[in-house]
Structures are given as C-alpha cells and as structure tokens.
Design a protein around this ligand. Structure first.
Ligand SMILES: [Zn+2]
Length: 80
C-alpha cells in the first residue's frame, strides 16, 4: 500500500525546466513527461516537447530523462 502511494506521488510531483526559447522556468508534472506531452510556456507561449528527439531541449531533457528512467524501471516492474 505504502509503495503504491509513493509511486502515485512520484508521478504527481513537479519538476522545473527552463523554456528553451526564453528560459522562463516552467513547471511540468512527471506524469506529463511519461505521457510525452508538450507544455506551453506561459511567458513566450512556445511549445516545449518533454521528449524531444532532436535534442533542442537537451538541457531540460537530461534532468527529466534521469527521473524518467528511474520511474520507467519502477513502472515496468509494476505492469509485468
Ligand atoms: Zn518561453
């Protein structure tokens, strides 16, 4: 029970990524990262793709990737 709640809390936690175009700090939820959403920068309104394959948001992505890798391992075990 406790570990299940912990996973949900983890998915619901926020991380701060700098907007690649204006560097405004944008808060995204980890669950949005897992779902590969794009978030809208509230400052310049550009779209920030959380899993950008061409690496244009690499600074943000590397931090996100670390958290995601750990999370996907957790979830991978959960859904087997
Ligand atoms: Zn921006």
């Amino acid at each position: 029970m406790t570990s299940g709640n912990f996973r949900l809390e983890l998915l619901d936690s926020d991380i701060e990524v700098p907007c690649p175009s204006c560097e405004y700090p944008v808060w995204v939820r980890l669950v949005e990262v897992v779902a590969r959403c794009a978030v809208l920068c509230p400052s310049c309104r550009c779209r920030i793709w959380l899993t950008d394959a061409d690496g244009s948001v690499q600074n943000a992505a590397s931090e996100v990737q670390d958290a995601m890798n750990a999370l996907m391992r957790e979830l991978g075990g959960m859904f087997k």
